[in-house]
Ligand binder design. Structure first.
Ligand SMILES: [Fe+2]
Length: 181
């Protein structure tokens, strides 16, 4: 029988396959952001969204060349629920895996994953961090291709399109979600 791990169980699973603090931190950030978006869009399933965020990069540290493909196999072996697996692997759509985000939750994951990296990098540049950050500071850095060059602007842009949201709005919501306690 497959099961949906709780966010705490998902974190334990993540730590079985990841040692790098950076990777664990990223998973926790994306999980938190997913939970905050869920409070607005899918309030009965906040834990489900958090679990997906926690697990989305579970394979990346050990199998970067097989990102998402390995997660597909691994999560099936671990008897994880199909909807969780579909969501996890769909964040590699058009990048490393051919499963398309279909439900809103999957589109939010796709759109916010890279964006949390960009916002985090902007926060590091500011004495006050994320506490009083405005979307326009992030927009400025979004346009500066040399800044945090590893965060794909193209992926963020496609994510915003999937959500039919303007970039500044998506950025604003993601800042707020990252700021939440
Ligand atoms: Fe990620």
């Amino acid at each position: 029988m497959s099961y949906i791990p709780s966010p705490t169980q998902a974190e334990e699973l993540l730590k079985q396959y990841n040692r790098e603090p950076f990777h664990i931190q990223h998973a926790e950030t994306v999980s938190k952001v997913m939970g905050e978006f869920a409070k607005e869009y899918d309030p009965d399933r906040v834990d489900f969204w958090r679990t997906v965020g926690m697990l989305h990069d579970i394979d990346f540290e050990q199998w970067p060349e097989q990102h998402c493909a390995k997660a597909d196999t691994l999560l099936h072996e671990l008897a994880i629920d199909e909807d969780v697996i579909h969501a996890v692997v769909s964040h590699g759509y058009g990048i490393c895996y051919d499963v398309e985000p279909t439900v809103y939750m999957e589109k939010v994951l796709f759109a916010t994953d890279e964006l949390t990296g960009l916002i985090g990098a902007v926060a590091l540049m500011r004495p006050t961090g994320i506490s009083d950050m405005e979307p326009k500071s992030v927009m400025k850095k979004f346009k500066d291709k040399k800044f945090a060059a590893g965060c794909s602007r193209e992926v963020i842009r496609r994510g915003a399109e999937m959500l039919e949201m303007e970039l500044p709005e998506l950025i604003g919501k993601t800042i707020e979600a990252m700021r939440a306690e």
